[in-house]
Write a protein that binds this ligand. Structure first.
Ligand code: ADP
Length: 209
């Protein structure tokens, strides 16, 4: 359901593969006035010490994933789950519902604080986790694998095979675009990305009535 204009701001789910340009697009949308909720950051909060997420992760993966000061050691956990799809599914089964609830609460709080302001949920796993009921529209950022590899190897110090492995482990651009209301093509320059995001913002986020 579209809820724009006087009835309140729209909620958009912004997703895409590793290095597609989600964060860059989210930053632009934030500059344009949207409230951006970063599900990845929320993901770090859901298993902080003292939370039920912490209890569940430690029960599932053992004390070995508990690091300094009792927090979950993301490197340890990553080493377990990225080596084994079954373990990754187990972790996702624990954290995705927790992240979903926390994101839903943050959206609700944003709508109460600033009802007319559009909300953008930046979430790599939006489609995998099927969070469609949290959003009015799904926007997918796509870039060709070779472009992603060039950008991510340059910016994050990962080597080509590591980036390729992550691309292969995720949904393809086609699988994502099949679910998209809007596709943002980020194969071009940053200026081209900005132009698209500004146009979309005008047409779909801040239009009145
Ligand atoms: P994601 O959040 O989807 O993983 P990022 O927004 O972090 O992707 O983009 C990955 C890298 O590519 C970043 O270093 C970013 O600055 C760069 N980048 C994104 N879009 C472009 C573009 N159109 N041209 C050049 N570099 C880009």
């Amino acid at each position: 359901m579209l809820t724009v204009g006087l009835t309140g701001g729209i909620t958009v789910g912004l997703t895409g593969g590793i290095g597609s340009g989600k964060s860059t697009a989210a930053e632009l949308l934030s500059e344009l006035g949207a409230t951006v909720i970063d599900a990845d950051r929320v993901g770090h909060e859901v298993y902080l010490p003292g939370t039920k997420g912490w209890d569940q992760v430690v029960a599932a993966f053992g004390e070995g994933v508990v690091g300094d000061q009792g927090s979950i050691d993301r490197k340890q956990l990553g080493a377990i789950v990225f080596a084994d799809e079954g373990q990754l599914a187990k972790l996702n089964g624990i954290v995705h519902p927790l992240i979903r609830d926390a994101v839903r609460d943050k959206v609700a709080a944003a709508k109460i604080a600033r009802p007319a302001v559009p909300v953008v949920i930046e979430a790599a796993v939006l489609i995998e986790a099927k969070w469609y009921d949290l959003v009015d529209e799904v926007w997918v950022v796509v870039a060709e694998p070779q472009t992603v590899i060039e950008r991510v190897t340059a910016s994050r110090g990962l080597d080509e095979s590591a980036v390729r492995a992550r691309i292969d482990a995720q949904l393809s651009n086609q699988e994502r675009t099949e679910r998209a209301d809007v596709v943002i093509d980020n194969n071009g320059s940053l200026d081209e990305l900005r132009t698209q995001v500004e146009r979309l913002s005008k047409e779909r986020l801040f239009r009145v009535g």
